[in-house]
Design a protein around this ligand. Structure first.
Ligand code: HEM
Length: 369
């Protein structure tokens, strides 16, 4: 379907193409991801993420030294952190059953994520058996969850009156994706599972490590930490009450609007994200300055190179007032962790909330040195 669809991502199909509307997969993917990762849907998703993470952290696990109330030294803190954040992100988006039905999902997920560089080289299974097996395991897990969700909740009930979230499908977006995929008449269960497998990767493979870098950059700089912590604390609407077993609640708005918190976020992404943005002029040759990109040629833009080796021409000395303001003005084409142009990644607002939200929740419950 992807190879066959030459109609573009816009609502209006590229002139001269004839893919039926219900099979315009590029456009549909793009339009739905914009719709369900912004506005009300985004607010619901982000609020669920924060509250699921807070609920999980508030539960005392007697077997976890971190919950002992004493200072503990942990050799590698990343797995501890990662597993809580990915569980909250996965539950907020896909509901609790994907993880419940597949208790090894987290481990399988990272094994699959690490296999992607091998899989995209398209080695056959006999040359890369572990990478293929990692993908097959994840696909089977998503299929199992799809079958269970279909049995328990009607995915065709996904219009305006449908709840924004249900425990079987998670976000309404997943029901919409399922119905669209079914309606193409082309996708079988493997195809449907592949689509949502890709979404598990999109949702966590970058955002979870970036949330950790956000934590590291703040906590490893005591001067910065002392400025940021009071900001993070302003997002707490009800503090945790350990005696009553009551988790804290949060409203992230002041953190999301904080120039300091946002500038750290932007720097973390500039410094720590390294992706390849891929483009292809698929209808005619494309001219950029002195270069002509031939129709059908692939172009790859490395975000890390762009982030480290370009200088802005910004010279705003006269505007350097004491009032802080966050903006990415004048950074067009330079600050590109999320890509750019029409394909600029629509979930950036959720990624931002995952990064800032996870550190805000963590900072409320723990001290870390
Ligand atoms: C720090 C975290 C993240 C980074 C750096 C990132 C980066 C990107 C980039 C570079 C693209 C391709 C854009 C292009 O080609 O210009 C993309 C696409 C996409 N990402 Fe992310 N992403 C992150 C988190 C997320 C999250 C949390 C989600 C979902 C909840 C998500 C869902 C998607 C989707 C659905 C697309 C395809 C969009 C389309 O077809 O229009 N991403 N992302």
């Amino acid at each position: 379907m992807y190879f066959g669809d030459n109609s573009g991502i816009e609502a209006k199909a590229v002139p001269g193409t004839s893919i039926p509307g219900h099979q315009r997969i590029w456009h549909n993917q793009h339009a739905d991801s914009v719709r369900y990762l912004t506005g009300d849907a985004l607010r619901g998703l982000a609020a669920r993420f924060t509250s699921i993470l807070s609920d999980a952290i508030a539960k005392v696990d007697p077997s976890d030294p971190v919950d002992s109330g004493e200072w503990v030294t942990i050799e590698d803190f990343y797995p501890w952190w990662r597993s809580r954040v990915i569980a909250a992100a996965t539950t907020a988006m896909f509901g609790p059953h994907l993880l419940r039905l597949n208790p090894n999902l987290e481990e399988d997920f990272w094994r699959f994520a690490d296999s992607i560089p091998t899989l995209v080289k398209r080695y056959p299974a006999w040359m890369a058996p572990r990478a293929h097996a990692a993908r097959a395991t994840m696909l089977a897990s998503v299929k199992k969850w799809h079958a269970y969700a279909r049995e328990n909740s009607d995915y065709t009930f996904c219009g305006d009156k449908a709840p924004k979230w249900d425990e079987y499908w998670g976000s309404l977006w997943l029901k919409v994706r399922q119905r669209w995929g079914q309606d193409t008449g082309i996708m079988n269960d493997d195809g449907l599972a592949s689509e949502d497998l890709a979404l598990t990767i999109a949702a966590s493979a970058n955002a979870v490590p970036m949330a950790f870098w956000y934590l590291i950059e703040i906590y490893c700089d005591p001067a910065l930490l002392s400025r940021v912590l009071p900001k993070l604390e302003t997002a707490v609407t009800t503090p945790a009450s350990p005696n009553k077993g009551q988790p804290a609640t949060f409203d992230l708005s002041p953190v999301l609007a904080s120039p300091l918190a946002q500038s750290i976020y932007a720097e973390v992404l500039r410094m720590r994200i390294s992706l390849l943005l891929n483009r292809c002029p698929d209808h005619k040759d494309h001219q950029i300055g002195p270069w002509t990109l031939k129709k059908g040629a692939y172009m790859t833009l490395p975000t890390a190179h762009i982030g480290y080796h370009n200088k802005t021409t910004l010279s705003e000395k006269k505007d350097m007032t004491p009032k802080m303001r966050f903006s990415t003005e004048h950074l067009e084409g330079i600050w590109v962790p999320y890509g750019g142009g029409a394909l600029m990644y629509p979930g950036r607002h959720f990624a931002k909330q995952e990064m800032m939200g996870s550190v805000t929740v963590f900072a409320h419950y723990y001290d870390w040195r």
